[in-house]
Write a new protein. Sequence first.
Length: 669
Amino acid sequence: MAQCVFRTSSISGTNSDKKRGGTVTGDFYHYSGSLPPAGSTLQSVGVYFSNINIYSTTSAGFSTSYGSIDLELSSGSQSCTMDGASSSILDFSGGSITFTVTGGGSTTSNVLNVRSGSYIEITVNYVASTPSTGSLGRTSVYQGGEITLSINPASSDFTHKAIWSRGSGYTQTVNLSAGITSTTFTVPSNWPTGSASVVLESYYDGIRIGSNTYSFTIEVNPSTIVPTAGTLNVALLQSDYIPSSWGVYVKGYSRATLYLSNASPGSGASYKSIAYACGQQTKNVASNVSFVTDALLETGSISCTAKVTNNYDNSASAASKTITVYDYHDPIFAVVSAFRCTSNGTPSDTGAYFGVTASVNIASVNGKNSLVSLQARYAVQGTTSWSTAKAITNGRTTIIGGTASSTSTYQVQVIAIDAVQNLRNTNSNATVTALTSEHVIYCMDGGLNVSFGMEGTRQNAVEINPSWGLYHGDTRLDGTVAISRGGTGATTVAGARNALGLGNTAGAVPVANGGTGATSVAGARYALGLGYTAGAVPVANGGTGATTAADARTNLGVTPANIGAAASSHNHSAESITSGTFSADRLPFKVDYGFVIVSGVSWSTVDFSTVFTSTPAIVCTVGGGASAINGSYSLSFKTRNETSSGFEVCICGSSGSGSRIVSWIAIGT
């Protein structure tokens, strides 16, 4: 409920009494509160008298009440009484008010006593006729988002209803108690996008005062609208020039069709673009349509992709697909040559036939392609009157012709057609001049070959007529290489060994050639004058010719008389002693010797730790009398770790089994 206060600024006829029927007039003005709008509901009117006395019922036999005082409005014909029966006073905001005494008593009785400085105050309590107003915090809101309605109450006593709606099928009502000045509403996610509104209804004491309506827009939340890319499909779109049975992508001919199945821009959204890519070819389309590539020019594995973007700039990509594109090229001639010959292929400068050789390479296309036709024909040089073409064999010489003139020069044309050219009705061809049978120097037409005395047939080669000799001065360089030129003078291993004086592979290498002249260890030792390791070394070879000390002395001419002991004081120079023997400790050096068995390719150890004080000189030789060795061995050996106390020895070789006897002698100090 609202309140409005009016007050008079002065009262006429001050300091006087007013009798019944008398009047009091005062100018009034709007003192405080909101002026009641037209149509408001009057609740009560109160009058306050300041410095004005109303006589009581005991005074002058007079009784009165507020209801017996009339208020006359000077600005119009309207009037009201203080009983509140009329609300016309609510239409005023200024003017004058006249009080007329209508109470009981005589007209001579004083009813009012108006004093100087008095005023009258009228308080009007009312309910405004206009509803509360409000405002929205935003003009649009996402589905699932919040929007706030702020309320400016027309009266603090008002209660309100906020009725949110999106068309007739989507409505929610919120009841608001008095004093609540705002409410927040969460738009349901299932409410459609578009224009919506909230109606603010104002109520007083259950009576609907009125309403105001505020509009807003419901929009989709971009972050929640995600497109579905679906499945990317890639289909082969084959050229008419590729056999349909191949079923593969061919460079320069095949195309690919890319399209999406089960794709969607998202609920309530539309396509902004679909970006297709197939290798280096790309295309953006505005809706879910297919993309047909141009002829594919890349080879190998080609990746195909598709990306969907909706009008909210949200994207989704389909799983990529990979296709394989196989290379293709027209047939290529690696070798093309032709020469004049007889019917059996013998070169002849006047032959009526031609020997034609052609090597053609074609693109495999994963094994699908084939050479459909390879033919050759001939014509007189400078003319186009070709003979009937005849099939030839790829990579081999084929004889064609039979009608060539012996006096004309001819050109030969080779024509190749593969499976693709067969559908295109095209071919690859190469034309060469039919050469004569003999050539001093020949350079291959369209190839890499230089030949002497013949027509070459090999690529990346220099060839010489096999019937020609190759000489450097008087020395023939072809054929068998003589020993004088670092060769063997032979064409077989046995002949080479014999020519070099090495004997046959199974025979003995002569001593003069660095061998032993024998094929066994024993024979080799005898041939070299070494005797057996286990036998006596002949005197002629530095031995004793015996295996016992007594026999050795006998063989060396040493008798008991020659070996008597000399007196300790007896002294001779060594040069004076012509017979007898010296004890080993009188020699200017020490000697130790023996043999050791070496097994396989293992190292064997020889110990003479009690003989020498420094590392001696060591000599070893291979002995006999042991089992044969299986494996790849030479008859040499090697030593290591030579010290004053011993050494190690091993037969040279890489593998084998069995053993050898190695004789050794060490000389030192």
